[in-house]
Design a protein around this ligand. Structure first.
Ligand code: PEP
Ligand code: MG
Length: 519
């Protein structure tokens, strides 16, 4: 039987939320400290805050309140308010001066708590901060705004989400610039005072009139280039030599589909379902998941939809689901590994997907498959779920069961994996082949999807797919890069899945592809 999902008052969950928020606040402060360098006064403040966060005497009352049923933010705020009162009324001026730093700390942890749950960034904001978790990104209405981060990497999930939604994002902002940025502006909305150039990776604070005019011209040019690419949207994707290429889209939920015309793509090659699990009120039940999949299948109107099972972990932690304290979550219990350890959670998802498959051509895809036995175990669970639904007289479909090829062990020994189809996850495959974390900035030159090693693996998977009659697609962000796409086509790929915002330029790049030129 499925255990009841933890609710907002569940002490274990609230404790985990507070631990995560304190850890996030601590990490942000340490990163800030690293940037402050020789500024001793500022560093002293931040060092004090880091030490306070690590002091268990400060957080213990909050954890006690949580055990007694309090919600994490309320418990933390009350505990901090009590500590603050002591500082504010202290005889010693040193302690009184520290009160403001403590209040800042209280708010920082509250923001971290809120960030995981509620959107606190105003609509259209230009957000400047250390980093941004995918959940917080998703909760924000970025229309007209954007994101500038001191940390971050182009391959992180939040960068990927920003690309798929066409939200300008600048990562790894120059550390030197950090010193020019007033501390009050960090974690703040700069709209009106800043121009964000996602193309060049530049944040211009307090732009002059000339700069505004210049960037307005640049924006017009980009719009014109977009308009040219959009002329390809209506047409099927065909190379210069007349070969058809299937172009699918990647989405994280029904909201990604507003503004996309189903006629412009051949279906959905990847639904990242983990974003459905970012909720404060427990895991989504079968009905909630079914409704989510149903809306996506309805949008596709008879075109194929590939639903990926939960890929939590790595840079997509889900409190209460993913293990805490892993030294390297990218090499930890994530993706299918996690689902197989939580069969009661996995089964709910498989049941909802089987039911959605009654409504249209749904495929199920497993993330992070590493060994053939995992695939077999997932297949057995799927058969079990199917058996239960049939017994209960529930309508279901017969979805194909495929796998992501994103772990080198799978790519290298692909012939041992008896999946119905393969989809290459170049984001993770590149990270694991090149030993460059996708959350690490500054390694872009090494973490190339068009490096020889990655391309050889892709070509081998495509070859095996052809020989064994299985479809091979690629759903990593590499397919949406016009400069990389020709190399993927060289490797034999003829099915790609890209972010909706990349659809037009991907089709435009396919139309330019002349196989002879590239080998
Ligand atoms: C990938 O790894 O390329 C992929 C498509 O999955 P995700 O980016 O969600 O990890
Ligand atoms: Mg992946």
């Amino acid at each position: 039987a499925t255990p009841p999902a933890p609710g907002p008052g569940d002490p274990a969950r609230e404790r985990a939320r507070l631990e995560t928020a304190i850890a996030a606040a601590g990490a942000a402060l340490c990163a800030l400290l690293a940037r402050l360098g020789a500024d001793e006064e500022a560093a002293g403040i931040v060092e004090f805050q880091v030490a306070m966060l690590e002091d268990e005497a400060l957080s213990a009352p909050a954890y006690r309140a949580i055990e007694a049923g309090a919600e994490a933010a309320a418990a933390w705020r009350a505990a901090m308010d009590r500590a603050l009162a002591d500082y504010e009324t202290a005889e010693d001026s040193y302690f009184r001066a520290r009160a403001a730093d403590l209040a800042d700390l209280r708010e920082r942890v509250c923001r971290a708590l809120a960030g995981a749950d509620t959107g606190s960034i105003p609509p259209g904001a230009v957000f400047l901060g250390e980093d941004l978790p995918p959940s917080r990104f998703l909760e924000t209405d970025w229309q007209g705004g954007g994101v500038a981060l001191f940390a971050g990497s182009a391959n992180s999930h939040v960068a990927m989400l920003a690309r798929s939604r066409g939200v300008p994002m600048v990562i790894a902002l120059d550390a030197a610039a950090a010193n020019l940025v007033d501390a009050d502006l960090v974690d703040a909305d700069l709209s009106g005072d800043a121009i964000l150039d996602g193309e060049a990776g530049v944040l211009v604070l307090n732009p002059s009139r000339e700069e505004r005019v210049l960037y307005e011209a640049k924006r017009r040019e980009l719009r014109a280039a977009d308009a040219r690419a959009r002329r390809h949207l209506d047409k099927p994707a065909v190379t210069k030599t007349g070969e058809a290429v299937t172009v699918l889209i990647n989405v994280a939920g029904p909201e990604d589909l507003s503004g996309v015309d189903p006629k412009h793509c051949d279906g959905i090659g990847l639904v990242r379902t983990e974003f459905l699990f970012y909720r404060t009120d427990g895991l989504p039940d079968e009905a909630a998941q079914y409704a989510f999949y149903r809306d996506i299948v309805a949008w596709a109107g008879g075109k194929p939809v590939t639903l990926r099972t939960l890929d939590a972990g790595g840079d997509k932690p889900i409190p209460g689901v993913t293990p805490r304290g892993e030294s390297n979550p990218f090499l930890g219990v994530r993706g299918l590994r996690l689902s197989l350890r939580r069969p009661e959670v996995f089964k709910v998802q498989l049941r909802a997907m089987l039911r959605a498959a009654a409504l249209g051509p749904v495929k199920i895809m497993l993330p992070m498959v590493t060994a053939p036995a995992e695939l077999a175990a997932a297949r057995a669970l799927l058969a079990e779920a199917r058996g239960e639904l049939v017994r209960d007289g529930v309508d279901i479909g017969e979805p194909a069961l495929g796998m992501m090829v994103e772990v080198p062990s799978a790519a290298i020994a692909i012939d041992e994996f008896d999946a119905d189809f393969y989809s290459i996850g170049s984001n993770d495959l590149v990270q694991y082949v090149t030993a460059c974390g996708r959350d690490v900035g500054g390694l872009g030159d090494l973490a190339r999807p068009d490096g020889t090693a990655v391309l050889r693996l892709i070509a081998a998977v495509v070859r095996h797919g052809r020989e064994s009659g299985r479809e091979v697609s690629l759903c990593g962000d590499a397919a949406g890069e016009p400069a990389v796409l020709p190399r993927l086509l060289d490797a034999g790929l003829r099915v790609v899945s890209v972010a909706p915002a990349s659809l037009a330029r991907t089709k435009a790049a396919i139309a330019l592809y002349d196989g002879a030129e590239h080998g």
